[in-house]
Design a protein. Sequence first.
Length: 563
Amino acid sequence: MARHLTTAASVVLAAAALVFGLRRAVGAAWLADDSFISFRYAEHLVRGHGLVYNLGERVEGYTNLFWTLLVAAALRLGIPPEASAAALGLACWLALVGILGWRSWRRDRPGLFFPLAAALVLLMEDFQTWATGGLETSLFTLLVVAGLLLATRPRARPRHLVLAGVILVAAVATRPDGVIFAAVAVAGAWLVNPNLYPRERLNLIATLVIPLAAGGAALATFPLLSYGDLFPTAFYSKSALDPYYTQGLYYVYLSFQKNWFLLPLVLTAIALAIARRGRPRPVLTRRHAALLAAFLVFTAYVAHSGGDFMFARRLIPALPLLFVIVEDSLVALSGWPVRSAVAALVAVGLALPYPIYLNPTERLRGIANEPAYYTAPLVELRRAQGQVAARVLGGAPVRAMYEGGMCMFGYYSGLPYLAEMTGLTQYSLAKAPLEARGHIGHEKVASPQWMTDHGIHFVFAQEPPDPRAGVRADEIVFGGILKARIWTYVDAIMDPLRGRADVRFVPIEGTLREAQRHIATASAEEARRIYDVLQRYYFRTAGPAKKPLADALLKQVEARRAR
């Protein structure tokens, strides 16, 4: 009877925690701006254009191939990316909770089980936040943890390691830095089987290495053949291999500062291990050593590369490995009084995380609480902006750039050629030399020369227009909710917009008249600057018919110099 009551209590507590965690995650569901880059790739794939951001241009602007393909598959079935990405993220998060919980249940049954790792993944705010977001974080974490747990299973059968290899290949296809976990998994699989003869050990490890090698070769060949480069644009735009420890260590520190109870948990496990080091059986096994190595190596890589501008996201995949080690240590070394104290500490820590963001939209050295920015009203604004751009410019051969934080607009507009200003969709921008370290992921910005060389017509602004303000000579406003800087004025694009009630801009005749007035009274240097701007802005692409106008302005400039 006591066992039945204990089991029932475990089930009730687990169910209550599951309902609570799921309700919070669903209530906090959101969409990150960067996810809409993958959505645009998925949409073009479904429409038969291939995995491209702009038609006819081969650029690997996504870092999550497997995730993008899953979103495309759902879109092919008629499920919009916004819905499928949220559902897939939640499903992967719950699957990870289930795997960790089942592992604890099998170890502790039929008594009251202690699923610390599952509880942390289920109830920590950071995991709930990144259960959605539209990005691949939950899928990547699930694949990494499941693959490593299988690969480091002592006395694993060949079929287990084959499955582990397939899962880890999927992890690498989901994010390229999954290679770190795959490499540690191979070393871990070797480490946890010391009692096998060398030949048996090699044969067993081969069952893991073969799918990894085959999958890795395919994943390397695909981008080389499709895009002419091994790495996606983000690898270059974020300078992934360049050390940036001051930023990366701060990124790691912020995560542990918010979740302040994690360090006492680890220290408790260490203290118990030291106090009971005379036990006949070791507490930390070779398997735990492999999991710890994976956590430490990946965290070191995050610190090396500068972390991310999205708070906590980069560390999410590695943290469950640490949780598993702490849980196993506490179960092996302590009774229920200690476990109850640990559960109380965790409950307080989950309820009272350290408030690192006093203002929701505050940025700490460029690290942002992303959900605070991409609220439902902003998503609707970007959708409306994209729709008005599609309605007004649809069919026109527009080449446009958009500022950061507008990938949603890029997806909803469907404009034929779009470039993200920090290089996420263009190799030539992403591979530009890094002049100085700064806001991670946003350190390389399109120069005026780049925009001119690439024939950019409009640069869409992040902020909507002020309805009380007028329209500058180099500005265009669409539908009262979207504005852009006119970088190159092209008659074929601008003339059809004249007279439209939903478009406001200064026609080129007005701009030229204003320029003539300024040149007439300006200094020689200022007159030349105005002329050079007009050359870039209009005359360079206006054709022979406008050459007399350009020549007349040039004569006016030279007359100012003669004086």
